[in-house]
Design a protein around this ligand. Structure first.
Ligand code: ADP
Ligand code: MG
Length: 209
């Protein structure tokens, strides 16, 4: 995967986030403050503008620029968390001009570690981590089994969606939704849903070379 693959991935995330903006906001209205869709739409739109003004030289550079734009523009809890995910993943890719799915698995593992350190969320706390962690695990497992890019990203995307759905019965223990206590039960976590859009965009990008 070259730099163009990564800018296509970011464009596809932006497209999906814009399409799902109102849905994400409705989900956040139920257990948060109804800004998740607007937050991410603003962030990914800004990221696209940053990348067209200053085209990235490498895959790592693209993710670092994306992370910086999200930190500057998203606000809320999700901005620094997603910003950290992509910045740390980008740093892990270094300045390689092309990367493999195994490299991306390693980079997302590094990004996820940084998200956990920043947000202190454990698995099952009903956050984006509940979609990201199974996705990254599925990606690692698929590349370990010698799966190709498309199959590996398909597995990661499916794991993220399942992880997001599995947040419905959970009680939130981190973020704004945790203020609701038991009343957060029965709702899907908006950040887990946006994380599954990010992984879905990866699959779509691999399907449309
Ligand atoms: P805010 O909660 O500040 O309004 P957003 O609505 O943009 O920010 O994002 C909410 C999402 O952020 C939640 O659905 C959850 O997935 C994620 N989140 C919140 N706190 C944490 C945390 N400590 N660790 C991981 N993810 C978190
Ligand atoms: Mg919110």
């Amino acid at each position: 995967m070259d730099t163009a693959f990564f800018t296509d991935w970011i464009d596809e995330i932006a497209r999906l986030v814009t399409a799902e903006r109102d849905h994400l906001t409705e989900l956040d209205a139920a257990i948060g403050d109804a800004d998740h869709g607007a937050n991410l739409d603003r962030g990914f739109t800004a990221a696209r503008a940053t990348l067209s003004a200053r085209p990235p030289g490498t895959p790592g550079d693209a993710l670092v620029l994306l992370g910086g734009a999200l930190i500057r523009k998203v606000g809320g809890a999700s901005g620094p968390l997603y910003g950290t995910l992509f910045r740390q993943a980008g740093k892990a890719l270094g300045d390689a001009p092309r990367v493999t799915p195994a490299d991306l698995a390693g980079a997302l593992e590094a990004g996820l570690r940084a998200v956990r350190e920043l947000g202190h969320a454990e698995d099952g706390d009903k956050t984006m981590v509940d979609a990201l962690a199974p996705a990254v695990r599925a990606l690692r497992e698929a590349v370990g089994n010698g799966e190709g890019e498309r199959a590996a990203f398909e597995a990661a995307s499916r794991a993220a969606q399942e992880g997001a759905s599995a947040t419905i019965p959970l009680r939130a223990r981190k973020g704004r939704a945790s203020y609701l206590g038991e009343r957060s039960v029965g709702h899907i976590d908006p950040g887990a849903v946006s994380s599954s859009l990010i992984m879905q965009a990866l699959r779509v990008t691999a399907d449309n070379p």
